[in-house]
Design a protein around this ligand. Structure first.
Ligand SMILES: *[C@@H]1O[C@H](CO)[C@@H](O)[C@H](O)[C@H]1NC(C)=O
Ligand SMILES: *[C@@H]1O[C@H](CO)[C@@H](O)[C@H](O)[C@H]1NC(C)=O
Length: 329
């Protein structure tokens, strides 16, 4: 077949054959060039596809302790969601251990422990299995999720709620971003604040939810329901952050994430980093769907700013995306 011969000309290109093919082509009519033209087109298309489909990152090798990150799951009376989370995150590359912040009055049952432990081991992609631990708390406070953990193997912590799942690829991307900026919070759920008005000499701030971020394109916090941060912030939160903020968080069962954002921003003087990631909500309701949520958050902003003596949060409009998945520049 003529077409087959010409493709050989392109791909194997043995020196002796090329003059022969050229002779054939130069003496041929347009009808005889047509197959060549279509092969050229096909070849160009193939090349384009090859260029566009960049090879996916090979992440097969398991990182050893100290190189990966710790998953910190905050849960409350939702064992089925907790199990789904453990099964999912244990399968992500880079997970060194999974810590479950447990604040229920009853200790986790043996059957739950066994089930979670098995889930973690079966799905683990880590060096020598993923460690699973419960951090038991006597007091029921939202501050528990940021309690210091003594013998952590990794510097990086991925803090996550039990009712949201992010694909492993997104988590790994966020982890790599965090590695390049380990003092910053790197997360998937951006929120913002803005100066609403001056009440006399006082600045009054307002809290902006997802729609505000979407509308304005800026943000100044990433929520700890899905964010990476350095383990030393656990120590700072528990032992060095003004106690009045922790008291507020316990009393009103809210704003621990805003408190963490303030703490990190005050330490770094820099904004957090928002990484694009698709969120799968597996639970039905959270506090953010209750009424008056935004009012309470606004109250936290103003109260915390008063405690700090200034507004530490820094706004930005930078967003990290995985360039392998962006087709348009
Ligand atoms: C993994 O194995 C190494 C050496 O085999 C050991 O030093 C390390 O403690 C283990 N890590 C865990 C989390 O068990
Ligand atoms: C905020 O950061 C400053 C400068 O690092 C520090 O002096 C101050 O104590 C911090 N404020 C709070 C409330 O932690």
């Amino acid at each position: 077949m003529r077409g087959g011969g010409i493709s050989l000309f392109f791909f194997s290109g043995s020196n002796r054959r090329i003059p022969l093919r050229f002779r054939q082509l130069s003496s041929g009519s347009f009808a005889r060039i047509k197959p060549l033209v279509s092969w050229c087109l096909a070849f160009a298309l193939l090349l384009l596809l090859l260029l566009c489909r960049r090879p996916s990152h090979s992440s097969g090798t398991a990182p050893c302790p100290g190189k990966g990150y710790t998953i910190l799951i905050n849960t409350w009376k939702r064992n089925d969601l907790l199990k789904q989370s453990v099964v999912h995150y244990a399968s992500c590359v880079g997970v060194d251990s999974i810590h479950i912040v447990w604040s229920e009055p009853d200790q986790p049952s043996d059957s739950l422990c066994d089930a979670l432990w098995q889930a973690a081991q079966l799905n683990s992609k880590s060096c020598n299995g993923t460690e699973l631990r419960f951090n038991l708390n006597e007091e029921d406070s939202l501050n528990n999720r940021f309690k210091e953990i003594m013998d952590l193997e990794t510097d990086a912590i991925f803090s996550i709620d039990d009712d949201v799942l992010f694909p492993c690829a997104s988590v790994e991307l966020a982890f790599r971003v965090w590695q390049s900026a380990p003092t910053t919070m790197v997360g998937f759920v951006p929120r913002m604040h803005w100066l609403d008005s001056m009440k006399g000499n006082e600045e009054y701030y307002r809290y902006g939810g997802w729609w505000s971020v979407w509308w304005m394109g800026t943000y100044s916090m990433v929520l700890s329901k899905a964010a990476f941060f350095h383990k030393r912030y656990l120590n700072l939160y528990t032992n060095h952050m003004p106690a009045s903020i922790r008291h507020y968080v316990t009393k009103y069962r809210n704003c621990e994430d805003i408190a963490m954002s303030f703490l990190v921003a005050n330490t770094t003087g820099a904004p957090p980093i928002w990484v694009k990631g698709r969120m799968f909500e597996i639970g039905s309701t959270g506090i953010s769907s209750l009424g008056g949520h935004s009012e309470r958050r606004t109250q936290c902003l103003n109260l915390f700013a008063e405690v700090y003596g200034h507004m530490p949060l820094v706004a930005t409009s930078m967003k990290v995306i995985d360039s392998r998945h962006s087709w348009l520049w």
